[in-house]
Design a protein around this ligand. Sequence first.
Ligand code: HEC
Ligand code: HEC
Length: 397
Amino acid sequence: MKRTLLKSIALALSLVALFLIFDNRSEVVRATKVQSPPAKTVEQVQKNIKVLTGMPESQLIPVMNFFAASMGRRCNYCHVNNQGQWDYASDAKPEKTSAREMIKLVLDNNKTMERLKLDPVSCYTCHRGRTNPQSIPALPLALPSPPPNAGGAAGPTPGAAPQASPSPSPSPTPALPSADEIFSKYTTALGGQTAIDKLKSRTAKGTVTQANGSSFQFELTQAAPDKFYLLVTTPQGTIERGFNGQVGWEKTARGVREITGTELSNVKTGNGLFTLLKLKEQYSRPPRVRKDKLGDRDVYIVDGTTTNNQRMRLYFDAVSGLLLRRTTTMSTIVGIIPDQIDLEDYREADGLKFPFTARAAMLEVGNPTSTRTFTELKLNVPVDESKFNMPPAPTSP
Ligand code: HEC
Ligand code: HEC
């Protein structure tokens, strides 16, 4: 029983990592509203939940990673591991008990923060990657940094205007483009609406390299609107996943299982043909636009709430119009969980441009970054649609 839980968690972790890379944190950009059965809460699935009650089960592992990252530790800081055998339900470790008290502290605190209309506090607000947050300022104090407009002089500038206004810009700042203009420039930069409308299928091969150096090969076949087949070859064996428009599934060495509910909608968006091609539709209302820099490039940042009630920020190159970065955040009752994907090396494949390299950074203690590169990409080749169907369970167990 415990062994099964362990395995399912290990697998959940590795797959979360995988679909992150293969195209994007689905939870966050789920454009299609698949909300058939009400999402299960964590206490309905797990055995020993006392304070996180009411939280969706799909957020448990991200939240646990958030705890570990906030403390700068791994899962075993709070959970028992007996010779490789996890017992997550056990309360034997005092740190787990402290963590429960801390969760209550955060939840109580955030009632006040909500009343003050401020962003919620989280474990990270205090812990910042350490088990012992620093509460007492260290002496001697550092000198405060020079006030703005001090002209680089250290300390207050005598005779400076008491209320220095921001330096007047000689030329008026050029008007920002609208979000619609940015999206249509992006569409044009990719190859145009016609090419996107004509897109019926895509096959890709490539490599995923993780922060720990391990890397695997993958093959991905996608067909409009949202069918896919993914094959990942790891040293532990192959993992297959698919969706035929109706049924989602996964096949590993342990067997075949159907994927449903939130997991299915995550996996669908994560592997969707149009996830990065159709962005505008993913916002629930018109996003805001501002100008900024990403490294030395000028970018327009489009920022707003998705149909899935997450925050999504897109960084478009002001010159080329291409998408350079996407950050998304998932709100949970104990904190806001970010993830980020940087898109590089845009190349044309059969009339449309795709980023051949995607670097994902996520709040996952064992796997904080991974890089997906395509080695082969083909559009609109006929695909054998039967591979999207759930395979029969193997006869021998
Ligand atoms: C800072 C402490 C802390 C860390 C680190 C931590 N957890 Fe937890 N975990 C908890 C607490 C506390 C609970 C119980 C929450 C409750 O009672 O509502 C819990 C519950 C769980 C449960 C549900 C167990 C059950 O059967 O009820 C699982 C599974 C789990 N954690 C997995 C993980 C994994 C995987 C990691 C590492 C990625 C991790 N945890 C890291 C504190 C932690
Ligand atoms: C308001 C600040 C604050 C917040 C928010 C906070 N903590 Fe703490 N936490 C502390 C302080 C202070 C300590 C005591 C550290 C020490 O002993 O020096 C502590 C101690 C702990 C300990 C015990 C460490 C030990 O040495 O035994 C755990 C575990 C812990 N926190 C987990 C969490 C988790 C998980 C969250 C988020 C749900 C969280 N904390 C949120 C301030 C905070």
